[in-house]
Ligand binder design. Structure first.
Ligand code: CAA
Length: 259
């Protein structure tokens, strides 16, 4: 399918770079962009083993939901808009491959929420984060209240959301909102190097690790531990487990087949 707001580059090694491109609004998310994102995520080729999400240009990852579109919404339409964005971000969060956000500038409102739905966040040193919704008379609507609290804890989440203040990448690093901060020139090489490390590992093991971390978080300790044991044991039904362990014992590098 041809997209108006998305550029994608799938490499032979199974790494796909998805770029959100709405330059006139610093890559803001209107419903057309969100629908394209939904279609793209829903129809991702099974050859893709790691997805990288970034924004077009050196200035902005995503500057939020589109304020000009939101300004005229009724409460009923706002509910639909929120469900659209939250639904897409949930699909990203539960995608069965690792997703890395390469945050190349403003990650505000819905942009910060998009980054939060990814597994790993790496930012350039010019990146700026925030949930400025209360300054607009609204609250985060693409699951930011839920995920920001999960990732940085309720104290920092409440400070960021109640104040509406932007924070710089060094502060984002300090509170655990991002994993690493690098220069803008180093951003994509750093993200690609991590993606290459991940993509060399067993895909079913990665899928099960993601499921165990994501689903275990919302269970009680007994449930989370039992889920991990089940997903651990499921790996023993795969050729990749046999191959991976044999390769270790034979002192060679494993090449995984995703089965
Ligand atoms: N929606 C719509 N348009 C946006 C936008 C957004 N979120 N962010 C930027 N734009 C537009 C600007 O209106 C401007 O358009 P014009 O050239 O037609 O005037 C263009 O992008 C460039 O932006 P600026 O001139 O403002 O650029 P700047 O460098 O001076 O400032 C900025 C950059 C600090 C990111 C500023 O644009 C800004 O504050 N944007 C809004 C950020 C925001 O509040 N995001 C949260 C939205 S609410 C939300 O996301 C709700 C939710 O959770 C679902």
């Amino acid at each position: 399918m041809a997209y108006n707001y998305l550029l994608s580059d799938t490499r032979d090694n199974g790494i796909c770079i998805l770029t959100i491109s709405a330059p006139k609004t610093l890559n803001a998310l209107n419903s057309a962009v969100l629908k394209e994102l939904d279609t793209f995520i829903g129809s991702l080729d099974s050859a893709v083993k790691v997805l990288i999400i970034t924004g077009d240009g050196p200035k902005s990852f995503v500057a939020g939901a589109d304020i000009s579109q939101m300004s005229t919404l009724s409460a009923k339409e706002a509910l639909e808009f929120s469900k659209l964005g939250a639904g897409v971000f949930r699909k990203i969060e539960t995608l069965n491959i690792p997703v890395i956000a390469a945050i190349n500038g403003y990650a505000l409102g819905g942009g910060c929420e998009l980054a939060l739905s990814c597994d790993i966040r790496i930012a350039s040193d010019n990146a700026v984060f925030g949930q400025p919704e209360v300054k607009l008379g609204i609250i985060p609507g693409f699951s930011g209240t839920y995920r920001l609290s999960k990732i940085v804890g309720q104290g920092f989440a409440k400070e960021i959301i109640y104040s509406g203040k932007n924070i710089r990448s060094d502060e984002a690093l300090r509170i655990g909102l991002v994993n690493h901060v690098v220069s803008i020139d180093e951003l994509m090489p750093t993200v690609l190097a991590l993606a290459e490390t991940i993509v060399a590992n067993a895909p079913i093991a990665l899928k099960n690790a993601k499921k165990s971390i994501n689903e275990g978080f919302d269970l009680d300790s007994e449930g989370a531990i039992a889920l991990e044991s089940k997903l651990f044991s499921d790996c023993f039904n795969t050729a990749d487990q046999k191959n991976g362990m044999a390769a270790f014992l034979e002192k060679r590098k494993a090449v995984f087949e995703n089965k």
